[in-house]
Write a protein that binds this ligand. Structure first.
Ligand code: NVA
Length: 303
């Protein structure tokens, strides 16, 4: 992967995703290689961030490098300056561009117009760094990923798309429960379907959260209103009401199931008040694993 971009999980072959998870685990258990010594990462963020920003900044520093954080008000990607020009300037000055954007297309332009690796730190289509961290969390808590039953309840958004491809690539079964109009977009679902067929795993959609969660090893949810969807907030709150994960829904899962959420979480919306502190919740563990996953990704791209 050296020198390549990491825009979504489809940029990696199925076996490379498994290798990345193993590398993340090794990164967590062992010494951090100083592969970013003397290197600088630009963190170009159009949207707010806690976990992604902090874990990237900490990871880059642990690997011997430095970061420059550029908010939308600093750069004005596509407004103050076209993404093409931003890419060509950063290309001359930094060693990697880590970008969080509204439109996935902006990432493609950054990648097209720069020679340094571009890493997706969340777009409307995908959140691949989150998915690598999540697979690490599932592997740590539930063992072998092959054959694991993962249920995702809620919006077929960037998180669901990335998990669909990620789970299928490592041989985990993946079921998403969403309203019919909020399925995982075709572009991601088709990739996940191909990979699920290769790995002989199940990839399913259902409208019913109860059906998705039945006997699952992992129950995962994410916000109903992603960054950029705020104008649809009222409508979404109405449509998604039955997609809330609470203790009762969790009881339908396997007794040893874990509950996951990429956060930020909205208590009383996609999760009930108690869910984050539920004995089966691993959400803070998941947040920590972002660091190890991203160090593995940067090591692959920059070593
Ligand atoms: N689906 C959410 C994920 C936040 C980490 C969003 O895009 O806002």
């Amino acid at each position: 992967m050296k020198g390549k971009d990491f825009l979504w999980l489809a940029d990696l072959e199925s076996e490379e995703i498994g290798q990345m998870v193993r590398k993340a685990r090794a990164m967590k258990d062992g010494a951090t290689p100083k592969v970013m010594g003397g290197k600088v990462a630009a963190l170009l963020f159009e949207k707010p961030s806690l976990r992604t920003r902090v874990s990237f900044e900490v990871g880059v520093k642990q690997m011997g490098g430095d970061c420059i954080y550029l908010s939308q008000s600093d750069v004005g990607l596509g407004t103050r300056e076209p993404a093409e020009d931003v890419a060509r300037v950063l290309d001359r000055l930094v060693d990697v561009i880590i970008a969080r954007v509204f439109s996935h297309r902006s990432l493609e332009i950054l990648a097209e117009y720069s020679t340094v690796p571009v890493v997706n730190a969340l777009s409307d289509l995908a959140h691949p760094c989150q998915a690598v961290g999540d697979l690490l969390s599932m592997n740590e808590r539930k063992g072998d990923l092959a054959g694991l039953n993962v249920a995702y309840v809620g919006d077929g958004n960037n998180i669901a798309s990335s998990l669909a491809i990620g789970c299928a690539s490592v041989g985990a079964n993946f079921t998403v429960a969403s309203p019919p109009a909020y399925k995982v977009p075709d572009v991601a679902w088709r990739v996940a379907e191909r990979r699920a067929a290769e790995m002989e795993t199940r990839l399913e959609w259902t409208e019913a959260p109860e059906a998705a969660v039945e006997g699952a090893d992992v129950v995962y949810t994410d916000v109903w209103i992603s960054m950029g969807d705020e104008h649809e907030a009222d409508e979404r709150r109405r449509i998604f009401t039955k997609y809330r994960v609470d203790g009762r829904l969790m009881e339908r899962a396997d007794g040893g199931a874990v509950f996951m959420h990429d956060m930020p979480a909205h208590r009383g919306e996609e999760v009930s008040e108690e869910m984050l502190d539920h004995p089966q919740s691993i959400v803070f563990h998941q947040a920590e694993n972002r660091l190890h996953a991203q160090k593995a990704i940067l090591a692959e791209l920059l070593a």
